[in-house]
Design a protein around this ligand. Structure first.
Ligand SMILES: *Cc1c(COP(=O)(O)O)cnc(C)c1O
Length: 415
């Protein structure tokens, strides 16, 4: 039999769970596109995206997925033949670099590990060798969704500065924006991009790009520009041109609701929630790992992403685990991609997720391990619960009320 009926859980790293409030925001008629409410909606979204990217730079919204955001970022600042340095830590920076190569850039990939963060010292060393400053842009992801690695953006910025290199610093925050600290201005990011369907809790179909003055300076002479992505065309007064055509209205209504939810919770609180839910996930895997089959792909806990965790399955069938959780429990896990394909599954814990959702995913996995006879240490879910109990606050005061001894000993006489 199965126990899958009931609300199913989507634990894949994008698209993620869409809050009911965001879904409901889309159930409404379309609006006129040249004036009125749509214009002020766009203004509010562009302004709030600055708050999320933490920048005073300009923000842009595209009717596109993350790949579109990649193309938007590249086409606005680069010219054909420009050299681009890609800092690999899994799959996604490489994908961005492939896009740049297709568009005419001369792409060099700095190899990285699938199990550890980008090494800032290696970046500094490579940039110091580029004495002619032929590298025009450096591309990296903050969280690589395939490997589960989180990179230290600030440390890479320091490496670029230590090398005295003028290249544009371009960062992909698709799997990290709205999940963990992202400080575009404080960290010296020139171009940042993200998309709607992961930490931002909105249906797929919107890409976000933020760019500072240095990026806009490069934009003036870039020759990869095309009208659809072009920043200049989107800067004018005309609302229609801010989307180079009809605005993706209902996605914008959804984004408004999602941004309201993030800002009401508080961006820092959102980051903390993700950190705690990730810690609980890692605690469970730590217990299961005692059976010598299951382990976290990223070995150093400090280099593990707070939004997605790839779990290695060594000597058992990772796909059988995912098939079990889906068919028997109604929990859809992410399949592994790239180098981890066929030997891992991914647990997403990003966006609209809370303790019961993450515990639900973890419990379904633990159930699968038991049912399928896969060796694992006992008590994974218990360890996750303990992590959550320790980390979560006590909004209603102390859990156990201090009762004065007198009250217990001598009930007051009825008046
Ligand atoms: C999902 C993802 C992308 C690609 O986004 P799409 O919307 O699928 O094009 C890019 N970068 C990272 C880090 C991602 O996680």
């Amino acid at each position: 039999m199965t126990v899958a009926n009931g609300r199913s859980l989507l634990a894949i790293p994008g698209p993620t769970n869409i809050p009911d409030r965001v879904l409901q925001a889309m159930i409404r008629p379309a609006e006129e596109i040249y004036s009125g409410p749509m214009v002020s909606l766009t203004d509010s979204l562009l302004g709030d995206l600055q708050r999320i990217f933490r920048t005073r730079g300009r923000t842009y919204i595209y009717a596109a997925n993350g790949h579109g955001g990649w193309e938007a970022a590249i086409s606005n600042v680069l010219s054909r033949g420009d050299k681009v340095l890609v800092l690999a830590s899994g799959r996604f920076a490489i994908g961005w670099g492939q896009m740049a190569a297709f568009m005419g850039a001369d792409v060099e990939v700095m190899d990285g590990s699938w199990r550890a963060s980008i090494d800032p010292a290696a970046v500094e060393e490579r940039l110091k060798r580029d004495t002619a400053h032929s590298i025009k842009a450096i591309l990296m992801v903050q969280i690589d969704t395939a490997s589960g690695v989180v990179n230290d953006v600030q440390a890479v910025r320091r490496a670029i500065d230590a090398a005295g290199h003028p290249a544009l610093f371009m960062v992909d925050g698709v799997a990290s924006l709205g999940c963990m600290p992202f400080e575009m201005d404080a960290w010296g990011i020139d171009v940042a991009m993200s998309a709607s369907q992961k930490g931002m809790m909105t249906p797929p179909g919107l890409a976000f790009v933020a760019a500072n003055d240095k990026a806009h300076k490069a934009h003036e002479t870039a020759d990869m520009k095309t009208l659809y992505w072009d920043w200049t065309a989107r800067q004018g007064k005309e609302h229609y041109m801010k989307y180079c055509g009809t605005p993706p209205e209902h996605l914008l209504f959804a984004l408004r609701a999602a941004l309201d939810m993030i800002l009401e919770e508080g961006l820092e609180a959102v980051w903390k929630r993700h950190a705690l839910l990730a810690a609980a996930t890692h605690a469970a895997i730590g217990k299961w790992a005692e059976g010598q089959v299951i382990s976290c792909n990223v070995t150093d806990p400090a280099q593990r992403a707070c939004s997605v965790t790839p779990v290695l399955v060594n000597g058992a069938d990772s796909e059988a685990i995912a098939a079990y959780t889906q068919k028997i429990c109604g929990v859809t896990l992410g399949s592994a991609i790239g180098e981890l394909s066929g030997r891992a599954f991914r647990i997403a814990h990003m966006g609209h997720v809370n303790a019961p959702m993450v515990l639900g995913s973890l419990s379904a996995i633990e159930m699968a391990l038991k049912a399928l006879g896969i060796p694992h240490g006992e008590g994974g879910v218990t360890a996750a619960v303990a992590t959550l109990a320790e980390g979560a606050g006590l909004p209603f005061g102390p859990a156990v009320h201090e009762v004065p001894e007198n009250d217990l000993a001598a009930p007051t006489a009825p008046v």
